[in-house]
Design a protein around this ligand. Structure first.
Ligand SMILES: Nc1ncnc2c1ncn2[C@@H]1O[C@H](COP(=O)(O)OP(=O)(O)O)[C@@H](O)[C@H]1O
Ligand SMILES: [Mg+2]
Length: 413
């Protein structure tokens, strides 16, 4: 072990650490390393230093272990060094001089990323270092991806279904404004909100928020089985940069263009990327409706006080019971509810609720022309009719949802 170690200066982090104590062709090797890595970019280290360097997270350089002796203590020390380097996640290049096949086999089995004889044949070390560099770059890239994923906060992924039992009862107005109010309510917490229009035929969310219907929506829906996060992102429009919107496609599509599994896949992608996902459902019950209902944490069912709504609600509830769907997540809302002073109206509400066996959790007043105007202009009520009673009630509902999350988070901590 007479070889003097060539210290290549303290420039850190080094690209390579070289264990070459006792290696006969040491000087020629170091010259070669100067050419490959550049002087100062690699470091010769002793076996005693190795532990500290492997433990140092700043030092991510590859490890060259050089050996040209069959002597058992040298072989064992090298084997130990390979093991430790591997345990520290370092890539190992084994550089061998004149070795017996038995020893070579012994060392290779410890797990080396690359292998090169030295000094002959010439060029072999250079090539091995090249391959090692590629492997290291891949490794660093993979680690960076994992690191980025760690940075990306885990999203709450709460799905909120919205369903109108009859056409025109205000489901899309409710869904759109609820999504926007949640976005306003949670903006300080950096939450991400999405609104998905699952009425692939006549969805009106694009109109109510005046956002473009992207070409990619068609692909997303018609090829949902091959869906990925990129395809999903491309299909989303944005309202004021704060609400992501999946509009209905430009051309009306049959509602059964998506299979239940595909709806499930869309919902899963949305859950991963967003904290709240409001889903505006079509009035027709589809084979995938159950999918959305099951995935939802809460499901708002809207109706009006007229006979048409009452009859549809009756049938809807009967369908749910027949499928043995749990009704606990259902929140019944009466839209265009009669005002407090309308006594006959109030009696009527009570009677309808009783006959259906439900309770209305929210009564939304008739908001008059302001509501239709906001919808037609493509802006949420909060922007143009802040004090409208419909807006106020939906804002209260959003506050309730945000508070519930805050309570749950506090409990979890
Ligand atoms: N509470 C309300 N007061 C006044 N107008 C409303 C109210 N709710 C909905 N509207 C209006 O009714 C029309 C139909 O509403 P929409 O949300 O599209 O119904 P749905 O999605 O259930 O078919 C829209 O023009 C909307 O502005
Ligand atoms: Mg609608």
């Amino acid at each position: 072990m007479a070889l003097s170690l060539k210290k290549s200066g303290p420039t850190t982090p080094a690209e390579a650490f070289v264990l070459a104590e006792g290696f006969g062709a040491g000087e020629a090797l170091f010259e070669e390393l100067d050419l490959e890595f550049g002087p100062g970019h690699w470091r010769a280290i002793s076996i005693e230093e190795a532990d500290d360097i492997f433990a140092d997270e700043e030092e991510t350089g590859v490890v060259l272990i050089c050996i040209d002796s069959d002597a058992s203590e040298i072989v064992e020390a090298s084997a130990e060094a390979i093991r430790k380097a591997n345990a520290a996640g370092r890539l190992v290049l084994l550089v061998v001089g004149d070795l017996s096949p038995r020893v070579m086999h012994r060392l290779m089995r410890e797990g080396v990323a690359e292998f090169a004889p030295f000094p002959e044949p010439s060029g072999a070390l250079q090539e091995a270092i090249g391959r090692l560099r590629v492997k290291r770059a891949e490794l660093l890239r993979a680690e960076a991806v994992v690191e980025n994923q760690k940075d990306e906060p885990k999203r709450l992924g709460r799905i909120i279904g919205v369903y109108g039992v009859a056409g025109g009862v205000g489901a899309s107005t409710f869904a759109t404004n609820l999504a926007w109010e949640i976005a306003l309510e949670t903006r300080k917490q950096g939450m991400k909100i999405a609104l998905l229009d699952f009425n692939f035929q006549y969805g009106s969310v694009a109109t109510y928020l005046d956002v473009p219907r992207r070409e990619a929506v068609y692909e997303l829906i018609s090829e949902a089985s091959t869906l990925d996060q990129t395809g999903f992102d491309q299909a989303l429009s944005s309202y004021q940069g704060r609400l992501s919107v999946l509009t209905a496609p430009r051309d009306a599509l049959p509602l059964d263009i998506v299979a239940p599994g595909e709806v499930g896949a869309i919902l899963n992608l949305a859950k991963e990327a967003f904290d709240f996902v409001v889903v505006d459902m079509p009035q027709a019950l589809m084979n995938w409706s159950e999918q959305v209902y099951s995935a939802s944490e809460v499901f708002y069912a809207l109706m009006e006080i007229d006979m048409r709504s009452a009859q549809n609600m009756f049938r809807f509830l009967r369908a749910l019971r027949a499928e043995e769907m749990p009704l606990e997540k259902m929140i019944f809302c009466l839209n265009r509810a009669p005002g407090l002073t309308d006594l006959t109206g109030k009696t009527r509400v009570k009677r309808v609720a009783e006959s259906l066996g439900i309770e209305f959790t929210h009564l939304l007043a008739d908001g008059g022309k302001q509501v239709m105007n906001a919808c037609d202009q493509g802006v949420p009520l909060a922007e143009v009719a802040k004090s409208n009673p419909v807006r106020k009630e939906i804002s209260r509902i959003a506050q309730g949802l945000a508070k519930e999350i805050a309570r749950k988070t506090a409990k979890a901590e």
